[in-house]
Design a protein around this ligand. Structure first.
Ligand code: SAM
Length: 238
């Protein structure tokens, strides 16, 4: 079995995303690699073709509906795991420059092999986002920082907002019910220089409901943030 490429094209087109032949073929190879690697390394619990198509590929691509990514934009995907949402976005938008970040090395090994197979250029960083946020080459330097299914909004804001440049965005991909954790993160978002722009709700072709929280970076993050992980989890900003 393989990913149904016709369906992928159709679902994407229904959401205003045009996938060309070579992009569809990249998604086909992505699905194959994911299933192959997942037999030896735990990358994802979703391994059926329809699940990969809808819950990974389409869900990731729908980020493009929530944010405006100018040509050549710099994007970082924090806690990318097996490449979601970063790799699908890069396949559909080869003009962007992508940095994939994950703290787990076995996932980076998969991403290295995948990028080679798809001839896709993306910087892969093995590390924690909050450490990168203190390094000059990553701090305040991205047009978009995104993260899907990584942690609660309050911690995530401190992981991600320091890397976003002023005028850029942080987009957190979440389940449907996000209001409560967003309310808890309100103070953190403001302290770190962000402002909630939109909570975009959407439904996947399988009926699954999701949201993307889009936060605009309106001022620079104070230099004392991000703090080391132990501090972030012990004394969350509130
Ligand atoms: N984003 C992917 C997705 O939606 O399929 C993976 C989600 S997985 C549940 C969370 C990932 O975040 C894991 O691969 C984990 O290693 C990574 N992670 C958690 N905290 C992180 C941090 N502070 N910096 C970088 N990666 C982190």
């Amino acid at each position: 079995m393989a990913i149904d490429i016709g369906k992928l094209r159709e679902y994407a087109a229904a959401n205003g995303i045009v996938l060309e032949e070579e992009m569809l073929s990249a998604f086909e190879k992505y699905g194959e690699s994911l299933k192959e690697w997942n037999e030896k390394v735990n990358l994802t619990a979703i391994v059926d073709d329809e699940g990969i198509l809808v819950k990974h590929f389409i869900d990731s691509l729908l980020l493009l509906r929530a944010v405006d990514l100018p040509k050549g934009a710099k994007m970082a995907d924090v806690g990318t795991g097996a490449g979601f949402p970063g790799i699908p976005v890069k396949i559909a938008r080869p003009d962007i420059s992508l940095v994939l970040v994950d703290s787990l090395n076995k996932r980076l090994a998969f991403l290295e092999d995948l990028c080679r197979r798809l001839a896709l250029s993306a910087e892969r960083v093995h590390g924690r986002a909050e450490d990168l946020g203190r390094q000059p080459q990553y701090r305040e330097s991205f047009d978009l920082v995104t993260a899907r299914a990584v942690t609660n909004m309050r911690e995530l804001a401190e992981f991600c907002l320091p890397m976003v440049k002023k005028g850029g965005c942080f987009a957190a991909m979440k389940g449907f019910e996000v209001e409560e954790e967003l309310a808890q993160a309100k103070k953190a978002i403001a302290v770190l220089g962000g402002k909630v722009q939109e909570v975009r709700k959407y439904t996947l072709p399988d009926g699954g409901k999701r949201s993307v929280v889009v936060i605009k970076k309106i001022s620079q993050t104070p230099t004392k943030y991000p703090r080391p992980f132990a501090k972030i989890s012990k004394s969350p900003l509130k």
